[in-house]
Design a protein around this ligand. Structure first.
Ligand SMILES: [Zn+2]
Length: 314
């Protein structure tokens, strides 16, 4: 009995069935990745490269930063933070923020999948912003302009009472000081966590723009991906000139809702900037790298007769 080799689950007592390979098996096994798929991903350290969702090219993050978050290969416009955009549009050191400490109040004490108060806190930490818009005044070429820039990174650029109030105050400041106004929009619409208070902002911002316009002052609206719902239904669509970045999604309700409501097939390219420019809603589509130059040219033209303060006069 003792002579019979004890059968074990391990293979160490069995004779090899074939000639053992000359390489050191143990070492090879050690080196062999447990999950090759996982390791392949690890070869691309996070935060160094970004895959372009449009052309699938891997872009070096530094290259993307230097190109204002636009793909050098296919011109895909990635989202950009409000501060990066302000710095790309205004003369260095000229931008002065207003109402920078205004913060949202959880009036309705809203709780859904997460409490509104918690969501606000999380997005303040993530973005370093107090809410989804930065407003102020700065110099763009020869012109002093009132400027509002939305940040989609803060709760989807949604418009609650703070966004509405900051936009309104900025427009009123422009009206008082005879300044042209520019708003760069990027928004999923009214902020549902503030219910009716968000919806009131549509009327308030639109009224402020109407008073600004009555004084003969120009307002340029710049639409970026995506500009939808309550923001598109108010100040974003009220520009004397409406510009968009390429391929931005622009609309009110989403395509699925419209398809279900109208019970009809939607045309190709529906709700893109290009589609809307063909139909006259958008005046021009401008690449991000050309935006400052283009806006300055429009201001040169629009401010000819409105007594706009230039830097030399101010
Ligand atoms: Zn690309």
């Amino acid at each position: 009995m003792g002579e019979t080799p004890k059968k074990t689950l391990g293979l160490e007592t069995s004779e090899p069935a074939v000639t053992p390979p000359s390489v050191d098996v143990e070492k090879t096994i050690e080196k062999k990745p447990v999950n090759p798929g996982k390791n392949r991903k690890r070869e691309i350290p996070q935060g160094l490269w970004t895959k372009c969702p449009s052309c699938s090219e891997m872009i070096f993050d530094r290259e993307l930063d230097e190109n204002l978050n636009v793909c050098c290969n296919c011109n895909h416009h990635f989202p950009i933070s409000a501060w990066t955009r302000i710095n790309s549009l205004t003369e260095p050191g000229s931008f002065l923020e207003i109402d920078e400490s205004m913060t949202s109040v959880d009036t309705l004490e809203f709780t859904g999948t997460a409490a509104y108060a918690e969501k606000l806190e999380k997005h303040r930490d993530k973005t370093g912003l107090k809410d989804a818009v930065i407003t102020g005044a700065g110099n763009m070429g020869e012109h002093k302009v009132a400027l509002g820039v939305m940040d989609f990174g803060f709760l989807g650029g949604s418009m609650g009472s703070v966004v509405g109030e900051k936009i309104t105050r900025m427009i009123e400041m422009a009206t008082e000081n005879n300044l042209p106004a520019i708003i760069i929009s990027s928004s999923g619409g009214a902020r549902m966590y503030e219910g009716m208070f968000s919806l009131m902002q549509l009327a308030k911002t639109s009224a402020a723009i109407a008073f600004h316009g009555r004084k003969g002052l120009p307002y340029i609206s710049v639409l970026t991906h995506p500009t939808t719902a309550g923001v598109m239904a108010s100040y974003a669509s009220l520009g004397d000139i409406i510009i968009s970045e390429p391929k931005a999604m622009i609309g009110f309700a989403g395509p699925r809702v419209i398809k279900d409501t109208t019970q009809s097939e939607l045309p190709e390219g529906f709700q893109t900037a290009e589609f809307l420019m063909e139909r006259g809603l958008i005046d021009s589509i401008v690449n991000r790298s050309e935006m400052k130059k283009q806006l300055t040219e429009y201001l040169d033209y629009l401010c000819l007769n409105v007594g706009n303060q230039t830097i030399a006069e101010a």
